[in-house]
Design a protein around this ligand. Sequence first.
Ligand code: UDX
Length: 471
Amino acid sequence: MGRNGHALKISVIGTGYLGLTHAVCMADLGHQVLAVDVDADKIQKAARGEAPFFEPGLEPLLRKNLDAGRLRFTGSFAAVADFADVHFLCVGTPQAAGGHADLGYLDAAVDALAPHLTRKTLLVGKSTVPVGTAWLLRARARAAAPAGGEVDLAWNPEFLREGYAVRDSLAPDRIVFGVTSDRADQALRLVYATPLAAGVPALTMDLETAELVKVAANSFLATKISFINVMAEMCETTGADVLKLAEAIGMDDRIGRKFLSPGLGFGGGCLPKDIRAFRSTAAERGVSSLVGLLTAVDTINLGRRQRAVAMTREAVGGVLAGKRIAVLGVAFKPNSDDIRDSPSLDVCRQLAAEGAVMSVHDPVAMPNAARAEPGLRYADSVGAAAEDAEVVLHLTEWADYRAIDPAALAKVVACPVLIDARCTLDASQWGAAGWSVHVPGQPRQQRPEGTQNAWPARPRARRRQRAPAAG
Ligand code: UDX
């Protein structure tokens, strides 16, 4: 029985980030789960208890539920249709040319499953889709299913963050049920009986609103980030401090401090593609004000990467060709090995395109980055990345980097210049250790005395003998 007394038979279609996490968490709630994917390799790995991506806490939970016999994997849609009464659609909706969402995987999932649906069934969409998609999928499934009108469809958007996927799935801020029948609402309340009993609020609404909730939430988060980043630009021209500004406006309950961290802007597999897809939908529907808002948010965001490149160029005297640049962090955010639309990797690419010699470190994302950008040099420690560097860029704010000893690192670089594009290192500590520190949205020099106001004129000569590497 489920933790709250209702063990259901559930299938999860798609075992990517969203699907695998959802399957594991559904099993952990006590349900019997069969997950299906067209990628045999993914299925085999998952069945062995291996997650194909870095997500804290996921693998132990995967193994626990495999061992308990609550979670199985298959490549057969017929088996899934035979087994489960509720089917979660968790396939990807990547960005297509022109910015709109590519619904090909969703259509293919429904086409593969529906011909096997011979009894009353509930399909539940979790993927991020343009408004109106759920009705189209419902008609598509009913047309192909022997059970016809007995196939119901609901929309239950997912809000999980990478790095916190398990926590966000098991204890979300809210659960959204987009439904067209009481039956679907009741079935979803049984699926989520445990979190609901623990006090997580559930909101029942129509399909269109449920679809929009997800893209509206991501658009708002992206807007918040771009807002604080334009404030950073304003602070730079006035000598004000954007971190103090964020702290002060964030204390207003109506604003809140979360998602007001300035720096290199947002990336990843969700926010950038979701705001572009939403902009396409808004354009199709003639909502030009939303097109304008989301275009501005995207443009501001991409501008942060160019700003980091410009700061680096300035730091090395105006010409990047041949300059040795160390990069700390390449994942799109800490606690993830995901490099999809990584702001850091984009900056690396732009610097390399101008001829800079890049040496990159990341605690977990280097294998993925090396596959995407084999031309960069990857170093297995912070010290090795920084060796002989003329400037060090902090581009993903891993906790490990806050533990760096700046005095030790100063001994291995050619020139102690730090650009903290994520605004999270202790600038006064680095300044006290002899570094020239630049933080976007802050007065340039972060030395405690505030006396020296220029980049160091020349790098020191290349070293022959190394001091012990830091990090
Ligand atoms: C996001 C949403 O948060 C989540 O609800 C949705 O389901 C999927 O998309 P995720 O992509 O995992 O989750 O990352 P998130 O933690 O939201 O960060 C997105 C990007 O914004 C990262 O690149 C991060 O570095 C950046 N960011 C975040 C900022 O630049 N400043 C901030 O204040 C917060």
